[in-house]
Design a protein around this ligand. Structure first.
Ligand SMILES: [Zn+2]
Length: 307
């Protein structure tokens, strides 16, 4: 299995779909923290879900899913950009049993999906859209079903399966059919496609999702239908942290505070939570940041955030 997304069309059913598989990107993201198994698996599901969602939206920017939980998982953030880069982290408290359910992991929480468009040329910031999603579903896929039923006019559903090697998912969405004056969904086509994909919900089906390549899996499900597979596109683990952004963060701290840290600790040390990249800035760096009056600092936007 590799790291890619594959779009497809079930032409006779008026349903479009995406299949995503994360392998080395998923294994690299797991290494950034010592995740308990149950946290790891839900993080993998979230990475697949955000990749599927990013591919289904036509946008230029990044898509962020954030779950703020109560306990034991207090926070989960995953991000997918329109160019195929993904990253994610989760934070938890105490020991976590392997068999905790989705609801037991997050307790009472909120889930927010944000679309951040890249700025247009000349603009400081791109447009942002946020949606709150109920965490009442019994799984992440069920929460996404609620989200789609509120935000999409078209039937949309996803199926997810994760182990420590691979994280895989399938998304189906009905297409509007122009057979009358209005566009309507082909409900028979949707029901047929959805019923077959639902065989991926049980343990045997999840095993198939985790082990079969897209062509084999889709052929197994839809061999009687008109399946058209489009070109696949790659997905990779990539963090958007950088020396520039770190220097921007230090600039926003202010010269007095930055110098105090250097005096106390010898240098300013910052670890990126998403990729564990270590940034160390000494007295010379700090002096440069605050004496530089050329355009170098302009590239940091003086941002208060490392990410
Ligand atoms: Zn990073």
């Amino acid at each position: 299995m590799s790291d890619k997304i594959h779009r497809f069309l079930l032409e006779n059913l008026n349903v479009r779909g995406e299949w995503v598989s994360l392998s080395s990107s998923w294994q690299e993201i797991q290494k950034t923290a010592d995740y308990p198994l149950a946290v790891k698996l839900v993080l993998g599901e979230a990475l697949v879900a955000i990749s599927l969602l990013a591919e289904s939206l036509k946008f230029d920017g990044s898509l962020v899913l954030q779950i703020q939980g109560t306990s034991p998982v207090t926070m989960l953030v995953v991000q997918a950009s329109s160019d195929g880069a993904i990253r994610g982290i989760a934070r938890w408290q105490g020991d976590i049993e392997d068999d905790l359910t989705f609801n037991q992991l997050f307790g009472a929480g909120t889930m927010v999906i944000s679309i951040e468009n890249n700025p247009r040329p000349g603009a400081q910031q791109g447009e942002r859209y946020q949606s709150m999603v109920s965490l009442e579903g019994s799984s992440l896929a069920a929460c996404f079903s609620d989200y789609f039923s509120q935000s999409e006019q078209l039937n949309t559903e996803m199926w997810l399966a994760v182990n420590e090697m691979n994280a895989v998912g399938l998304l189906l969405q009905s297409l509007p059919v122009k057979n009358t004056k209005e566009s309507i969904a082909d409900s028979d086509g949707w029901n047929h496609a959805q019923l077959l994909a639902d065989t991926l919900s049980n343990d045997k089906g999840k095993q198939e999702l985790l082990t079969l390549d897209s062509k084999t899996l889709l052929h197994r499900l839809y061999h009687d239908d008109d399946l058209r597979l489009y070109d696949e596109s790659p997905i990779r683990f990539e963090c958007s942290c950088s020396q520039d952004k770190i220097e921007g963060t230090i600039f926003s701290l202010g010269e007095v505070e930055a110098n105090e840290i250097v005096v106390e600790q010898g240098s300013i040390n910052i670890d990126c939570e998403f990729c564990n990249q270590h940034y160390k800035l000494d007295k010379v760096d700090v002096t440069r940041i605050f004496t530089n009056d050329d355009t170098t600092l302009g590239t940091t936007n003086g941002s208060g955030s490392v990410h």
